[in-house]
Design a protein around this ligand. Structure first.
Ligand SMILES: *[C@@H]1O[C@H](CO)[C@@H](O)[C@H](O)[C@H]1NC(C)=O
Ligand SMILES: *[C@@H]1O[C@H](CO)[C@@H](O)[C@H](O)[C@H]1NC(C)=O
Ligand SMILES: *[C@@H]1O[C@H](CO)[C@@H](O)[C@H](O)[C@H]1NC(C)=O
Length: 262
């Protein structure tokens, strides 16, 4: 059958979102942000008509359809031991893709394709993956003050240009790995042992680590004031000593002058 362009565009329109076939479908987020060097897990699910068996799955980049002939980032029929692209999905409905140690050049639109024993389908919308540099990984605190009283609590969060609730976050105190993982570190019942510099990193290798957040746990509530008081007293004593020395010198000079005149 020969179609004129007008008929063709009407058919294409019908095949658009309204006419999307509920039997053949791939669902993923529109875009996904990840900090360079960290691990990304891109959620994905797919559906196909009942009774068909999925035989082969692909993830490709920057192609509207994943071509079987061109190399893809993932192809279930090819075993690549050293690949940074891991398929966490299955051959039923889960097509989750994990990218380990993301690099700047991983920035692309990723699409998923599956082949069944009765036809194949590509999720054409794709998911735009943006890899941003890790410069802005930061520790933020629930309290503005770095001095927290003993027994108190503080929540530290690891933030970056991307919201990365799906990622591995590692926490360190004075450079030592803490057992807690996840974007928030909740510290309660604070003791002196919690005093230190806290950093977070977006993967276990410790690359892309934030700057330090220093926490000082005070012994009692008046701790901070006593610090201020000690500083004030020391300043006062120093000033008084300087004043006395100066006064003494002036007096000595005055005495010397007086002696000369006599
Ligand atoms: C983050 O880690 C990657 C390698 O994993 C590195 O190339 C990049 O320079 C790091 N960025 C910063 C700001 O440290
Ligand atoms: C798909 O698989 C991933 C990894 O195993 C899992 O975390 C996720 O919950 C699964 N998604 C669904 C919709 O089952
Ligand atoms: C924490 O960092 C500050 C300044 O960055 C440094 O003076 C201090 O010694 C550090 N504390 C520890 C326990 O490493």
């Amino acid at each position: 059958m020969k179609m004129n362009p007008w008929t063709l565009s009407v058919l294409l329109l019908l095949a658009g979102p309204l006419g999307a076939d509920p039997d053949w479908y791939v669902e993923y987020p529109d875009s996904f942000c990840v900090v360079e060097g960290s691990t990304a897990t891109i959620p994905c699910s797919f559906t196909h008509p009942a009774g068909r068996r999925v035989e082969r799955v692909f993830w490709c980049t920057n192609q509207v359809f994943c071509q079987i002939s061109t190399p893809n980032v993932y192809d279930s029929s090819i075993v690549r031991a050293d690949s940074r692209f891991l398929y966490l999905g299955d051959l039923i409905r889960n097509c989750t893709l994990k990218i380990i140690k993301t690099e700047k050049r991983d920035t692309a639109t990723y699409r998923f394709r599956f082949e069944t024993n009765g036809g194949g389908f590509t999720g054409q919308k794709g998911v735009r993956v943006n890899v941003t540099d890790g410069e802005d990984v930061k520790v933020r605190s629930s309290v503005t003050d770095h001095v927290v009283k003993e027994g108190g609590q503080v929540t530290l969060t690891c933030t970056s240009a991307c919201s990365f609730h799906q990622l591995d976050v590692h926490w360190y105190r004075n450079g030592h790995n803490l057992s807690e993982t996840g974007p928030a570190l909740h510290l309660s019942g604070l003791t002196n042992d919690d005093t230190g510099n806290y950093t977070c990193s977006l993967d276990s290798s410790g690359q892309n680590t934030s700057g330090p957040w220093s926490l000082l746990v005070g012994e009692y509530e008046g701790f901070r004031w006593s610090v201020h008081l000690v500083v004030a007293v020391v300043k006062g004593v120093v000033l008084a000593v300087l004043f006395l020395l100066h006064a003494g010198a002036v007096f000595a000079k005055w005495c010397t002058n007086k002696t000369k005149h006599i």
